[in-house]
Design a protein around this ligand. Structure first.
Ligand code: FPP
Length: 306
């Protein structure tokens, strides 16, 4: 069995030292030991309690436990479980979506409060066009209602509203509300809220490929020169950082065609909580769990310090 390294706090340095159990230290070559013992700046995971050990704490206490320097810059959310929430209460599915808007509101407010700069939410996938017409109409109606009633609050909070997806497929009226909200909030910068509507990750990549092929045909780029950066620059999210954390509610553990390219190194957090029940406290717990994660981006742990 592999012995796990531990992290020890080094007084005076404000940093942590990665050390291996005595047996491993004795057996390892001096070179391995030296590289393992390099100072790393990541807090010790074992110092941060798991969410279940935080049950007794109030929201204020949970907030106080967050390290402001380790918050995700970009939070992405698959809001799932609205239908099940409604069905459990013998309500029409649209009631679940309506209740889900309250969770959207809570999430935006907490992001603004904490200084999370980018929030992307999956509101309507390309596959969702296959739902019954009544549900689609209901969702489009809710989108319009949300934008008409919430627009001023978004402006007050400094939220820039944008969409990603093939939104020309939206009904004219919903599209007009979306365009208006995008224009009216274009100057705001506190939180970049992106709502994925009629969105599919594979379609986004297809659209990026089409853009690149057009540039190659126009002689603006050589095919051999195309690299990952060029692809990224043709995505809908070209001016946003990749998500640091993806949350999916309702117990499903899939990506469901969401931000396929951008999620390459994203931390994934799955919770059984249904989206309408995912409020401020649930988000705080997800953020605390995120802060326990060790993000390596394919590198070895000790090289993070260099
Ligand atoms: C998935 O739950 C949720 C959706 C398809 C829609 C999400 C939309 C909202 C929260 C409201 C609209 C948002 C804005 C920004 C106005 P589901 O219906 O698939 O739930 P189920 O899996 O339990 O059936």
């Amino acid at each position: 069995m592999r012995a796990l390294p531990t992290l020890r706090f080094c007084k005076g340095f404000g940093k942590y030292r990665l050390t291996f159990p005595r047996t491993v230290s004795r057996l390892s070559s001096p070179a391995i030991r030296a590289s393992c013992e390099r100072i790393v700046t990541r807090p010790a995971l074992m110092d941060i309690p798991t969410p279940s050990r935080l049950d007794h704490l109030s929201d204020t206490e949970l907030t106080a436990r967050l390290d402001p320097d380790l918050l995700p810059k970009h939070l992405a959310i698959i809001m799932d479980g609205n239908g099940r929430w409604a069905e459990a209460r013998s309500l029409p599915r649209i009631a679940g979506h309506r209740e889900g808007i309250k969770s959207v509101r809570d999430t935006i407010s907490l992001c603004v409060e904490l200084g999370i700069r980018v929030l992307t939410i999956y509101a309507f996938s390309q596959e969702n066009w296959n739902r019954p017409t009544t549900e689609i109409d209901g969702l489009m109606g809710l989108l319009e209602h949300y934008l008409s009633t919430e627009r001023n609050k978004l402006i007050e909070q400094g939220v820039r509203f944008r969409t990603i997806g093939r939104i020309d497929a939206l009904p004219t009226s919903a599209l007009q509300w979306v365009r208006a909200a995008e224009q009216e909030t274009a100057h705001l910068d506190k939180l970049h809220l992106t709502v994925a509507l009629s969105y599919g990750g594979r379609s986004e990549i297809v659209d990026a490929v089409r853009g690149l092929v057009r540039e190659a045909q126009d002689g603006k780029i050589q095919v051999e020169d195309i690299d990952e950066l060029h692809v990224q620059q043709h995505l809908y999210t070209h001016d946003l950082p990749d998500p640091d954390l993806l949350i999916r509610t309702s117990g499903e553990t899939r990506i469901s065609n969401f931000l396929l390219w951008q999620l390459a190194y994203t931390e994934l957090y799955f919770t059984p909580t249904l989206w309408p029940d995912f409020r401020r406290r649930e988000l705080l717990l997800a953020l605390l769990e995120f802060q326990r994660r060790e993000r390596r981006f394919g590198r070895v742990f000790s090289s993070l310090s260099s």
